[in-house]
Ligand binder design. Structure first.
Ligand SMILES: [Fe+2]
Ligand SMILES: [Fe+2]
Length: 182
């Protein structure tokens, strides 16, 4: 069993790292779909499809939930119309991202099970939409939402919610590693 990496000390580093991971998973997903489109599904694609499926079903959804629980409330209560608008926009994006993901998930699940009933070109089109929205979303979070939240939640790490978030994710990761071994 490989050791779990220590969670970043700062909650915003942790959130930034989640964005880097989302971007890595999107690259992985694009490579997978392009290969399937060109050469057809092979058994080598199954574990990659499974891993990406697992990531967006669990980690990415948990990331959105973390933001809605720990970050956005401070923005919605800021009294600054631009900041409030951004927080509402970002929350709505999470709904759109979920809808986009549900366009991709069944095909990816099929690929993970070795079935290619889906049209790879259509799947690539769905990914284009998903990726574009995620990219805009992450840019708005890192350029506006996180800096604004940082100003208002300077003591987040000391209140325990940041540590709670990181600890929960570390435990989830540990559980995942254990189930992979079992
Ligand atoms: Fe978000
Ligand atoms: Fe985010």
């Amino acid at each position: 069993m490989k050791a779990n990496p220590s969670p970043p000390a700062n909650v915003f580093e942790f959130l930034d790292e989640s964005h880097r991971e989302i971007q890595r998973q999107l690259v992985q997903l694009r490579g997978l779909i392009e290969e399937i489109e060109t050469d057809g599904l092979s058994s080598a694609h199954k574990p990659i499809a499974q891993q990406v499926l697992h990531y967006f079903n669990r980690e990415a959804r948990q990331h959105h939930l973390d933001e809605e629980t720990h970050i956005f409330p401070a923005l919605l209560n800021s009294g600054d119309p631009d900041v409030v608008h951004a927080a509402r926009h970002l929350t709505q994006d999470h709904g759109w991202l979920e809808e986009n993901w549900l366009q991709i998930e069944p095909a990816l699940e099929a690929a993970a099970n070795g079935n290619q009933w889906f049209d790879a070109a259509e799947l690539r089109h769905a990914l284009n939409v998903f990726e574009a929205l995620y990219t805009d979303h992450i840019i708005l979070e890192e350029s506006l939402a996180y800096p604004e939240a940082k100003k208002r939640l300077g003591s987040l790490d000391n209140t325990g919610s940041g540590r709670e978030m990181a600890r929960r994710r570390a435990l989830a990761s540990q559980g995942q590693n254990n189930s992979e071994i079992a």
